[in-house]
Design a protein around this ligand. Structure first.
Ligand SMILES: C[S@@+](CC[C@H](N)C(=O)[O-])C[C@H]1O[C@@H](n2cnc3c(N)ncnc32)[C@H](O)[C@@H]1O
Length: 517
């Protein structure tokens, strides 16, 4: 029963999110995780996610079965409690003992799950659903006739067209955490016990025993997302870290050495921070002073504005064995870190908040937001009809999207410009998981044209130094519009790196490196 009870809370959260006018952010997975944390749920979040996702994608069919079978009329009633006490005063204050959502979860499992079983022992709610099995089944058959479909799975794509499982990464990428590993060979042979079959391209990963050694990032591997990597001992001991390939580009491009001092300005949850640590402290370079924890002279300073996300950062650092190697600062980087206090800093990773348009698991959330906008659009349309001013919802969407991008890109410009003002910084990698040029090439162009940035001597590090073999580079047309010389525009576009979601094996991404002598 626990799984169904917990999934009910999470599903309610999802529906509530669709009712507010506020924009919902994050992926379905993050909404599920947040709900699990908020309600301190005991069930495995992965199981909850799978159930909620599937129920959501069958919602049209489940609504039909639930309503048409009229089973809600048979749900037993109980007196409503007032302040936790049974309300015995009036006959009318009665409530149904089972919630509609919980019943739909059970109906889903009985008819639409692989096992066709309700996952619980003896329980009155299970008996209730089974008692109505014939009636529910008739409605299932009717629905299929109505929609001219033969298989239950075909009902998934009716109306909402969303299946978050088709919205996941094609490859599970993970890297060796050199902070915790001294013997790389040994670690790889451990992995090979599970992943026995080495393939030569990530697109050839088809089986749970296949493994791909990445050709662009050292010590990065790809396996099938369903291969249960998280139950591997190396993962449990923080020796391997799951991180999308493109998200590994920034630390690799920065390539900090043993004596570098780095600021990660926007660091939670800490993937890039621990990757930086892998470069600085891997290779058995472990500063003795940090191990003793006495007045450590840090080489990595991580800033994070959001206190909650700061807790996740601290946890990730602990798991990766980096807690004594990284100084965490909670607060706004542009306020907390002054250039005169960090004169020793040689390099930066700036990976600020972005639209996230390159990441997966957002289809349901995007659909929720679209539904909200459509609803607002419909309400607004009535008024507009009266005024005879018909503005299309599409252009409204577009305006909202543009306004959001304008805000994000001006924040991104400001935070990078601020980091570029640190007196001894020589390299800075700017990255986003966005596919929009507004947050990528255009931010870079504005920085290159900025008087102060120019005066400080910043240029783009050329392609030959920035993962040269990676084929997908920046959008040339963006640079051509501003830099009339063909060669210059081409060189600038080539300095940038882009990754397309899914097509390039993971999330959509952008990275570029500023440098000066
Ligand atoms: C894209 S995420 C960073 C992901 C991280 N680099 C990683 O690889 O795990 C952006 C983070 O920047 C934080 N942030 C936004 N503005 C900030 C600021 N002014 N100072 C510090 N952190 C900021 C956000 O709260 C968010 O956690």
């Amino acid at each position: 029963m626990n799984l169904y009870r917990d999934a009910t809370w999470v599903y309610e959260d999802l529906l509530n999110a669709s009712k507010t006018t506020k924009r919902t952010s994050g992926s379905l997975q993050s909404i599920v995780l947040n709900s699990c944390k908020r309600y301190k749920l005991k069930s495995n979040p992965k199981h909850i996610f799978a159930l909620v996702n599937s129920v959501y994608s069958y919602s049209e069919l489940l609504n039909y079965m639930y309503t048409r079978s009229k089973i809600d009329k048979d749900i037993p009633l109980r007196k409503k409690k007032v302040d936790g006490i049974d309300n015995v005063d009036t006959k009318n204050k009665k409530v149904k003992i089972y919630s509609e959502i919980t019943l739909k979860l059970l109906i889903h499992d009985l008819f639409l799950s692989k096992s066709k079983r309700i996952q619980m022992g003896k329980h009155p709610i299970k008996d209730f659903v089974i008692k109505h099995k014939t009636r529910l089944n008739s409605e299932l058959v009717r629905f299929k006739i109505k929609h001219k479909i033969s298989k239950n799975e075909d009902a998934k794509n009716i109306n909402n067209n969303i299946d978050a499982f088709s919205d996941i990464t094609p490859v599970r990428w993970f890297r060796l955490n050199l902070v915790k590993i001294d013997d790389i060979e040994n670690c790889v042979s451990e992995l090979r016990k599970k992943y026995i079959n080495r393939v030569s391209h990530w697109e050839e990963i088809k089986d749970n025993t296949d493994i791909y050694y990445d050709e662009f990032i050292p010590n990065l591997f790809g396996v099938l997302p369903s291969s249960k990597l998280t139950s591997h001992e190396l993962y449990k001991r923080g020796k391997i870290i799951i991180q999308d390939r493109a998200s590994c580009f920034p630390a690799h491009i920065l390539n900090p050495k043993h004596n570098d001092i780095i600021i990660d300005s926007c660091s939670a949850p800490g993937n890039k921070t621990t990757h930086i640590a892998s470069y600085i402290f891997g290779d058995t370079h472990r500063p003795a002073v940090n191990e003793k924890n006495s007045d450590p002279s840090y080489q990595i300073f991580a800033f994070e504005k959001d206190a909650e996300r700061g807790k996740t950062l601290a946890k990730m650092l602990r798991i990766a064995g980096c807690e004594k190697l990284v100084k965490i600062n909670i607060g706004d980087f542009t306020k907390l870190a002054t250039p005169q206090d960090y004169t020793q800093v040689t390099g930066f990773i700036v990976d600020p908040t972005c639209s996230g348009s390159g990441i997966f698991g957002r289809k349901i959330v995007d659909k929720l937001n679209k539904d909200k906008r459509d609803k607002e659009g419909e309400e607004g349309e009535e008024e507009q009809e009266q005024e005879q001013e018909q503005e299309s919802i599409d252009s409204k969407d577009e305006i909202e999207r543009k306004n959001r991008l304008i805000k994000l890109s001006s924040f991104q410009f400001e935070i990078v410009k601020y980091a570029l003002s640190f007196p001894n910084a020589k390299k800075l990698v700017y990255s986003t998981c966005s596919i929009h040029p507004e947050e990528n090439e255009r931010v870079v162009i504005d920085l290159l044209l900025d008087k102060q940035v120019k005066k400080q001597g910043w240029k783009l590090r050329p392609r030959s130094e920035v993962i040269p073999d990676w084929p997908r580079r920046g959008l040339l047309q963006e640079f051509e519009q501003v830099f009339p010389k063909d060669e210059e525009a081409t060189a600038l576009a080539e300095s940038c790196i882009r990754a397309l979601p899914k097509k390039d094996g993971g999330i959509g991404f952008f990275a570029v490196c500023f440098e000066r002598n």
